[in-house]
Design a protein around this ligand. Structure first.
Ligand code: 3H9
Length: 711
């Protein structure tokens, strides 16, 4: 097979080779992660050609330079015109080699990287290696022979599990599965690889092609695994395109010749590549990394955080304490009295007891973690901590009183953070003598689980405090998004608007159940009224009552939720809310009495109900979300549209394959979104005011993506 191996002009190849005894050592050096861009593909193919042609070479060893073997195809090339050689051809070229090819793996061997290893004849991994076929997380399937070689090598069940979950596995597990032949005894991948190659040569080990492996020989077992995976995937994949295609490919591996199977894989890979889901998921992948690069994180050095204080042991405070404890840091919890402190500690313990009950933690591990949790009813216990996170009652006076105490006791340079969801953090900062140290760290409930952390940046905060917050997020394994100060910051501000749009739809004729269904069909795990029932209707009710005085009297106000709350129907915890939860059920059933209340409210408001399709519901729901998202960018509350996207992906259940609301808006076309908003505005111009940014972008023929430039 002749492959295009010409290196790009003017560039040194990222793949070098040198003879080490009888072994051609081929090194892939393409920072940051040795992705398989066109020059790497050319370099690998050229190295194999060289090995075949050079009589001095008896075996080939492929290694990666830096921290990884190869992290996969170059994701940035997707959607661009393909350049040869294609990765499947490079893999086939490696496999066809007449001289043994050995892959020595350290760090990531993911996607196309693992496919290179699968096409090699022998595989070794060292401790710390991460092997996987995570293409599904990008809306793809392993497209360089992975769907055909992996089942042949390790059997259909294990291969399907790897490809459908996208999980990374370690060296030992890979050995157990038969994905690698050996685990090195040291972590010196080069020495281990060379020693293995020499051993194989000494033993006259033959070329051994994965395409000929017998992992599918037990046909009935393989078919049963495929059928089970298909049934499970159909149930769970919630509108995702690529998982079932992966199953189809494995079926092809069972039914077809290797060449035919590869053709099937190629066809289905291209379908995935062309799908909008792939574009959405790749956008999410890069956006998640881009949000970390704030101006402050780039320029300022974070302060050291060795110890953390948490004020408040309620649900939020305890969840935050768990998140910090899980990151390996000690926590001092402050509560107003011993009983509250005991409750806070009990909240923390409950999380770990849950893990023990599920067999995911030992009592000893829990004891070791809790040894890092101390508590006090005196703020003086916070005198030496590096960072304090306040999570007390959501009221300015209460917060300011806490900050006055922190100002009094905390050492100079301590970071003082508030977990407020919407209060004016500038006002909190201005109430202390060190506003430069005050920042918002808005966690989402449950704080030890939810990935999003809004880092809310008040006017006077110093850059190193912002950098510290981003560093802390990394330690806590959260995805931080930089937000400016306003009512609700990015997430809750936008949420308030699309929730209102949903309420309008409900009063205008859609039932809450129909709205939830439409939202779920769009890809959310739950609809907005299910979320209300889960979180507790009383929370939103309290906020609405608080805001009643400042609400624009001309703005439309839907009272349905208030009617439910007045009856004490707060959702799951009271057994009924928008739904009924008989006998502690966790999934609600529609409630005819709620529907009657909705009807009465429509009559009271003088509204003649209309019917809405799911599509009409989602157009309004999304238009409201996108429009407020645009306002948030316009007012520089969010740095870029992608920051809004990440907020909704990680904090609000937005379906990842749609990339986030702003990416989604681009796929719909901003002109279409604006046209919808103008149409809706004919009924309610106060609510449907087009965002100036949306109008400007449409006038310029631009999209949100054009604003997603690196900072
Ligand atoms: C595939 O292989 C398809 C094939 O089956 C078929 C083809 C025909 N490409 O995450 P990090 C960048 S699909 C381009 O912060 P870490 C990343 O954007 C692929 N760029 O580091 C970042 O750039 P920047 C299957 C990539 O140490 C920088 O590298 N493979 C790629 O926390 C550092 O990344 C995957 O899905 C890439 N493939 O984690 C693996 N990967 O500095 C995806 C990373 O400008 N990658 N970058 O922000 C990962 O899971 C993690 O990056 C990894 C390192 C675990 C490797």
């Amino acid at each position: 097979m002749a492959l295009d191996t010409a290196a790009s002009p003017h560039s040194a190849s990222p793949v070098t080779h040198e003879l080490r005894g009888k072994v051609l050592l081929v090194t892939v050096d393409n920072p940051p992660v040795n992705a398989l861009g066109v020059d790497v593909r050319r370099g690998l193919a050229a190295a194999i050609e060289h090995a075949e042609a050079d009589a001095a070479v008896q075996a080939v060893l492929i290694v990666g330079a830096g921290r990884n073997f190869i992290a996969g195809a170059d994701i940035r090339e997707f959607g661009k015109p393909p350049q040869s050689p294609a990765l499947p051809d490079v893999c086939n070229r490696i496999e066809a080699s007449h001289k043994p090819v050995i892959a020595a793996i350290h760090g990531a061997a993911l996607g196309g990287g693992l496919e290179i290893a699968l096409a090699s004849h022998y595989r070794l991994a060292v401790a710390g290696a991460k092997l996987g076929l995570p293409e599904v997380q990008l809306g793809l399937l392993p497209g360089a022979g992975g769907t055909q070689r992996a089942p042949r090598l390790i059997g259909a069940e294990a291969a399907l599990s790897l490809m459908l979950s996208g999980k990374h596995i370690g060296a030992q597990e890979a050995l157990k599965l038969g994905l690698v032949d050996r685990v090195g005894s040291s972590d010196d991948v080069l020495a281990e690889g060379l020693a293995y190659a020499q051993e194989l040569l000494a033993a006259h080990a033959p070329v051994r092609r994965t395409r000929d492996a017998q992992g599918l020989a037990e046909r009935a077992a393989a078919q049963a695994a495929i059928d089970a995976a298909r049934a499970d995937t159909t149930k769970k994949s919630r509108g995702l395109f690529s998982p079932l295609k992966i199953v189809d490919c494995v079926q092809a591996a069972l039914d077809q010749s290797f060449e035919e199977g590869q053709r099937t894989e190629r066809k289905l890979f291209v379908e995935c590549l062309d799908s909008p889901q792939r574009a959405g998921l790749v956008h999410a992948f890069f956006a998640e990394r881009e949000v970390q690069k704030t101006p402050e994180a780039k320029t300022a050095k974070p302060r050291a955080i060795e110890t953390v204080g948490v004020v408040g042991g309620g649900t939020m405070g305890a969840g935050i304490a768990v998140a910090v404890l899980d990151a390996g840091l000690p926590v001092t919890m402050i509560e107003r009295d011993d009983a509250s402190l005991a409750r806070g500690r009990a909240h923390v313990e409950k999380v770990y007891d849950g893990l023990i009950a599920k067999g995911r933690m030992t009592p000893e591990a829990k004891a070791a973690i809790l040894a890092r949790l101390s508590g006090s009813t005196s703020y003086d216990a916070l005198a030496q901590v590096d960072l304090v996170i306040e999570a007390v009652f959501e009221e300015m006076g209460v917060k300011q009183a806490v900050f006055a105490e922190l100002d009094r006791v905390c050492k100079s340079g301590a970071v003082l953070a508030t977990n407020t969801s919407y209060l004016d953090i500038d006002a909190i900062a201005n109430s202390v003598k060190r506003p430069q140290d005050v920042i918002g760290l808005h966690f989402f409930s449950p704080a030890n689980i939810m990935k999003l952390l809004e880092v809310v940046v008040p006017k006077q905060v110093s850059a190193d405090v912002v950098a510290t917050a981003f560093e802390l997020a990394k330690k806590l394994r959260k995805v931080p998004v930089r937000a400016g100060v306003c009512d609700g910051f990015i997430g809750n501000r936008v949420l308030a608007v699309y929730r209102t749009a949903a309420d309008h739809l409900m009063e205008d004729g859609a039932s809450p159940y129909q709205i939830d269904k439409a939202v779920r069909e769009f890809g959310y795990p739950m609809g907005p009224y299910q979320v209300v029932d889960l979180a507790g209707g009383d929370i939103g009710w309290a906020t609405r009552k608080r805001r009643a005085a400042t609400r624009d009297p001309k703005a439309r106000y839907v009272q349905i939720a208030d009617r439910l709350c007045e009856r004490g129907w707060f959702g799951q915890k009271t057994g009924r809310g928008f739904y009924l939860y008989p006998d502690g059920a966790r999934v609600g059933t529609p409630d005819p009495e709620v529907e009657a209340i909705v009807r009465t409210e429509r009559e009271r408001a003088g509204i003649e109900p209309r019917s809405f399709t799911s599509e009409q519901i989602m157009r309004r729901y999304m238009a409201a979300m996108i429009n407020e998202g645009a306002n948030v960018v316009h007012e520089k509350i969010a740095l870029r549209p992608l920051d809004v996207d990440v907020t909704f992906l990680y904090g609000y259940g937005f379906p990842r394959h749609r990339g986030g609301p702003m990416h989604y808006a681009d796929t719909v076309g901003l002109a279409n979104v604006l046209a919808d908003i103008r149409e809706f505005a004919k009924e309610d111009p106060l609510f449907w005011k087009p965002s100036p940014l949306l109008v400007e972008l449409v006038e310029r023929g631009a999209n949100f993506a054009s604003l997603n430039q690196p900072l």
